[in-house]
Design a protein around this ligand. Structure first.
Ligand SMILES: [Fe+2]
Ligand SMILES: [Fe+2]
Length: 283
């Protein structure tokens, strides 16, 4: 059985207790002796003032695999973010426990002029993220070796709500057809969700820190922090995948305080939980 820990959207720049949150996550990973840790992006701004984040991740004694999130490249080039994270490539694959793990970089958008990586220096609102052609070609190659795959991305590969997921969902799903895709996991939506599409489970993990709400007139942003740093441990064996989640509480403001009464927002569930799930493996 293979076990790994996944967290996402720590957004250290928004938190006063982000390092303590990270310490709690890393302590749990050490106690549970997981094989590796995956960050699904939006970790922190890639500047010297956040270097204690990387110091902790580098010294925790467990390999950490990073996914690029839009806030990791909000005001910086991808090269700056890669340097900060100690990552060689924005998308990559690795193997562990007989499985192949593929980390995508979904922080692109497309216009008539071509495909561009964030940052969105013009601050164009409502950009629709996309998995660019170069990465689709690479992904197709990666999926050609008959292995069992688990896919990580920052943006959802299936969420159709308000341009949260990538625009070219069908292109990716076509590449998955006939392949043994055990699980896809993403962050970015600051809520939780599970969708099955063509026999593939797509799991969205809540932020480790907060439900980030925006709206109102005049427009404003509210960070609704959780008391605990949400994260999951994933166990994979021959018969099933177990996602071991956790529950927390809102520390102060709750969704109803910003007018979200049904706890659904941007296509996800914004209860302060990281959903537990038991997913049967495809036969
Ligand atoms: Fe985020
Ligand atoms: Fe994000």
């Amino acid at each position: 059985m293979l076990r790994f820990l996944v967290f996402s959207d720590l957004h250290l720049e928004d938190c006063t207790d982000g390092l303590a949150r990270l310490d709690t996550i890393l302590r749990h990973a050490q106690e549970e002796q997981v094989e590796f840790i995956v960050s699904l992006g939006d970790l922190c701004f890639p500047t010297d003032s956040y270097s204690p984040v990387m110091d902790r991740l580098r010294s925790c004694g467990i390999p950490v695999h990073h996914t690029i999130g839009n806030h990791d490249v909000q005001d910086w080039d991808i090269a700056d973010s890669l340097r900060f994270l100690g990552k060689l490539r924005p998308y990559e694959a690795f193997e562990a426990g007989g499985y192949k793990f593929i980390i995508l970089d979904t922080c692109y958008w497309k216009s008539e002029a071509g495909e561009f990586h964030f940052p969105n220096k013009q601050r164009i609102p409502s950009l629709y993220p996309v998995l660019p052609q170069e990465q689709l070609t690479w992904l197709e190659q990666q999926l050609s070796d008959g292995k069992k795959y688990i896919i990580f991305s920052h943006m959802s590969l299936v969420n159709p709500f308000a341009r949260r997921g990538i625009a070219n969902k069908e292109d990716v799903q076509k590449l998955f057809a006939g392949k043994d895709i055990l699980l896809c996991m993403n962050g970015h939506d600051h809520g939780s969700d599970l969708k099955w599409v063509n026999g593939v489970p797509y799991y969205t993990i809540s932020s480790a820190s907060q439900f980030c709400w925006w709206g109102g007139d005049p427009p404003r942003v509210e960070n609704l922090f959780y008391k605990d740093p949400l994260h999951v441990i994933v166990e994979v064996d021959e018969s099933e995948i177990r996602i071991l989640g956790m529950e927390s509480e809102f520390a102060a403001l709750k969704p109803e305080d910003v007018g979200v009464y049904d706890y659904r927002w941007n296509g996800v569930d914004v209860h302060p939980i990281a959903q537990s799930q038991v997913l049967p493996r495809k036969k």
